[in-house]
Ligand binder design. Sequence first.
Ligand SMILES: [Zn+2]
Length: 422
Amino acid sequence: MKKYRWIFIVSAFLILAGILTVLILRYSKRQKTLPEIVKMAENPDEPVTKYGIPVDSFTIVYDTVKRGHTLSDLLTPYHVNLATIDKIGKMSTHSFRIDRINAGQPYAVFCKEDSASELVISYLVYENNGIDYTVYDFSDSVYIIKDKKPVEFVEHSVCGTINSSLWMALKNQNADPLLALEMADIYSWSIDFFGLKKGDTFKMIYETARVEGCDLFIEGIIAGYMKHAGEDFWAIPFERNGQMDFYELDGASLRKTFLKSPLRYNRISSRFTNSRMHPVLKYRRPHRAIDYSAPTGTPIRTIGDGVITLRKYGSGAGYYIKVKHNSVYTSVYMHMSRYGKYQVGQRVKQGDIIGYVGSTGLSTGPHLHFEVHKHGHQINPLTLESPPADPVPDNLIDEFNTVKVKWIERIEAIPCDTTTVS
Ligand SMILES: [Zn+2]
């Protein structure tokens, strides 16, 4: 009997040891996953979801679309069958091809391991651009969701001095050089950005769209100041009738308007039309201009500030001049008897005399043929929509002045890093 007792003790010990081993193994396995959980808790800022999908329950493969690759090329390595890919293509609408992907765009594949340790796709997320993405959900049949990453608008300020170019000055201040385009836009009526000079300074408050900690693009300028050729150019934001616009310190709009006409004329002899009988050529062709009949020698004035970009003789146009007002508008004056004092490349102010009425070129009598080009297309000068240029009205001037003081304070407080020379 003693013998059996020993067998019993030994086997009991072995069973206990076995249970203990299993428990230790289980515990150590849990230990392996524990640090991960602890890590998550330590970094609450770390995203637990990506594209709204919990990252910790998937194996994620990040990549970018290769040249010439289609959605099918991204999916077939994960054993997505052709019938499913075909089904995705059929979900496209006329305006949006759901299966179209572009080379260089990032994508992520969310996988789970199956019982045979093979990666099985749950989601494919394709980034259409920096903000929009498309989720192809394969967890049950196929389901497509379009979504956006959260966009945050962040305010920045920059102070700089131009040495070589505005572009370089912005780069040297670690600001997005594309801000130069925004600046050129708001100041297009008052500053010729091709004529910026060494020593010109600027202070800008602007806003960027930030996604996942990266500034994607400039949303716009909020307020600004430039000193150009010794002159101050403020851009004070002020809202009127629900519309935000920029104003100078005295409440004048930063946008300038054009003169109603470039001369004192007797009558309009030919209007803007896409088809008219040409008086000299005797066939129909468009006349995308206004003809002002006036005596020879009548002064012709530029309708707005700008630069003379062309001054020459054309067989049809006679002596003619082109004035570039800004990046959008150009005006053209033809059949002059002679030019004013301004040469090509010279700046002109609204109302400056650039030439005199004549009948040079293809013309039946003294008149001014006048064209306005908007983004390179001839538009009807008589219906030219001058940008709103109304100053702040009297009843709002007190409110404007209060707002203005705050903006000046804020702009003046922008620190200038004088150690980096641009
Ligand atoms: Zn004409």
